[in-house]
Design a protein around this ligand. Structure first.
Ligand SMILES: Cc1cc2nc3c(=O)[nH]c(=O)nc-3n(C[C@H](O)[C@H](O)[C@H](O)COP(=O)(O)OP(=O)(O)OC[C@H]3O[C@@H](n4cnc5c(N)ncnc54)[C@H](O)[C@@H]3O)c2cc1C
Length: 256
């Protein structure tokens, strides 16, 4: 790949994990220093027929890792993901040198609960939060006074890219709770977990965890419908302050 400019690094794919037929985790090593804050996204690009196509992707790795990780979904007729999907270990892509986004954990406003709600790949920024805080906790730099509660929705059990890692964190970390939920369980009688979309179970868990706008910040990431439904539910619970609800919408839904 040629033609990088001052705005893009070249980056080499070091690992690819195919989570499901159209979902995969990529780890890349950038050819230059890339600094970011957990919750931010990077713009990935490839050149297709001489034209550079780029899209934003949330980063799932922690800043302390020496590679940058992403959880990607193939959009079959999309402009970029079919090209990204073809890339294998050892091949290169482009990444903007500067990360973007303000979807970071807000620990400055006195609220100690952080309710993280995601669909499928929308879990990525939350993985970055938890990996980062877990390291800080083990090194004595985070006292566990902020509690993270993650509701992670998918249609099918095999779509959870980080379930094992997050369940392990849930067992290890007293300040982290993980609830994966599946909305199409009927083909999976052995699914032991929650049933329903993330926004369907939001009310129940917000009650159980005694969350309200005075003690909780909500973070919504991924599918636009989940974000709309969750915002409406949260609004009815008193989350009217825009600072109380942060959102990262992955795409604009087609008009019905
Ligand atoms: C801040 C931010 C972070 C993002 N992080 C991630 C991430 O971590 N992982 C990830 O896979 N994607 C992420 N996205 C979405 C990503 O940027 C692209 O939109 C997506 O990969 C599709 O790109 P494309 O060029 O293949 O399709 P496009 O040509 O851009 O889109 C084709 C059509 O599909 C719709 N569409 C886009 N994505 C989806 C989808 N997932 N499901 C259904 N329809 C869709 C578009 O609205 C459009 O109508 C993020 C988006 C934003 C804004």
């Amino acid at each position: 790949m040629t033609n990088t400019d001052e705005k893009f690094y070249r980056a080499t794919i070091t690992q690819r994990v195919d989570v499901a037929p159209e979902l995969w985790i990529l780890r890349i090593r950038s050819h230059g220093e890339f600094k970011f804050v957990p919750g931010q996204y990077a713009c990935l690009a490839v050149e297709v027929d001489g034209k550079r196509i780029e899209r934003p992707y949330s980063i799932s790795s922690a800043p302390s890792e020496d590679e940058v990780e992403f959880f990607l979904e193939l959009v079959p007729n999309g402009a970029l993901t079919p090209s990204l999907y073809k890339l294998q270990v050892g091949e290169e892509l482009l990444m903007r040198k500067i990360p973007k986004g303000k979807f970071s954990l807000d620990t400055s406003n006195g609220k100690k609960n952080h309710l993280l709600i995601s669909t499928v790949t929308g879990v990525a920024p939350f993985v970055s939060y938890v990996r980062t805080l877990s390291k800080e906790w083990k090194e004595g730099r985070f006292d566990g006074s902020h509690k993270l509660f993650l509701l992670n929705g998918a249609s099918r059990p095999w779509e959870f890219g980080y379930k094992d890692e997050l369940l392990q964190f849930d067992r290890e970390l007293p300040w982290f709770t993980y609830v994966p939920t599946v909305s199409r369980p009927w083909d999976h009688e052995d699914w032991p977990g929650e049933i329903g979309r993330a926004d369907d179970i939001l009310r129940k868990y917000a009650d159980q965890w005694e969350m309200d706008a005075s003690n909780t910040v909500a973070y919504l990431c991924g599918h636009p419908d989940m974000i709309e439904h969750s915002k409406a539910i949260l609004k009815r619970r008193g989350f009217v302050d825009r600072k109380g609800v942060k959102e990262e919408v992955y795409w604009i839904p087609a008009r019905k």
